[in-house]
Design a protein around this ligand. Structure first.
Ligand code: 13P
Ligand code: ZN
Length: 265
């Protein structure tokens, strides 16, 4: 059941240490069968909010989404207070809360980035992508203090830090330089990049990851965070050698993946 998987992922991220306080948020674009499975829970709560941006592509779409100011560690204890189900209205400019987010809670303050990322990934994957996840992993965030905010710099460092990284994210990762979180503008910049890359790093803040399901999305962020940790450990010990571009080419051949050529050489 999608709701159990959603709740599990919230707590998995907390256990990794990626969700201090209310840090991080998660959204899932529900399938028709998901809506059907919970239809007895859904009702008109009379709580309608404007989004301050237009998302015509999402008219009538249902999302399960974490609440603003809510702690991921509390999600399994009281899902109805910490997460909710919303439906984007027929104008595509607002949404109704149909379940959860009790006691006046609202969806995450990062809802512009979540919804804009959903639109971008829906288009990029012919509708397959359903999960958008924001986390504050310490090593990814630490990495942003050591590199220029360029996709090539991040991608090469991460690919070089664990052999399987290039297989897991052959397109590379994007990076947004520091911007005010929760804003429409950071949503627009992130969505531009997430069209090309399934994961986008937020400088001095964290990361957004996307995927077709919870496992793939969590696994992507987990892989990037571990690579960042390995890089920082190796860097503090002193890097004397790394994976070469010829080795990347051999890896790509063996695994049948196409590595983004912008990041080789
Ligand atoms: P929310 O509590 O509004 O989800 O914000 C947390 C966060 O990580 C903002 O970037
Ligand atoms: Zn954040």
């Amino acid at each position: 059941m999608f709701l159990d998987d959603f709740i599990r992922m919230c707590f998995d991220g907390f256990e990794q240490g990626w969700h201090e306080r209310n840090g991080g948020n998660l959204s899932y674009r529900m399938k028709d069968e998901d809506v059907e499975a919970v239809k007895d829970k859904l009702h008109d709560t009379g709580r309608h909010y404007d989004m301050n941006f237009s998302a015509p592509e999402l008219k009538g779409a249902y999302f399960t989404i974490t609440g603003s100011g809510k702690y991921m560690r509390n999600v399994p204890l009281a899902p109805e207070k910490n997460i909710g189900i919303i439906r984007i209205d027929d104008a595509g400019t607002g949404y109704d809360i149909l379940w959860g987010l009790e006691d006046g809670a609202k969806p995450t303050s990062e809802i512009p980035t979540h919804l804009m990322n959903h639109i971008a990934r829906m288009k990029a994957t012919d509708g397959a992508c359903r999960v958008i996840y924001h986390a504050h992993p310490a090593n990814i965030t630490a990495l942003t203090y050591t590199l220029p905010p360029e996709a090539k710099a991040y991608t090469r460092v991460l690919w070089q830090s664990e052999t399987e990284c290039a297989v897991v994210f052959p397109e590379g990762v994007g990076v947004v330089d520091w911007m005010v979180p929760g804003s429409i503008d950071i949503g627009i910049e992130t969505a531009k990049l997430i069209t090309k890359y399934r994961a986008v790093v937020w400088t001095f803040h964290g990361i957004f990851g996307s995927g077709v399901d919870f496992d793939e999305t969590f696994g992507l962020v987990h892989t990037i965070e571990k690579a960042a940790e390995i890089y920082l450990k190796a860097k503090s010990a002193g890097i004397v050698r790394t994976i070469t571009d010829d080795e990347f080419k051999a890896l790509a051949d063996a695994f049948g993946v196409t590595l983004n050529p912008e990041f080789l050489g």
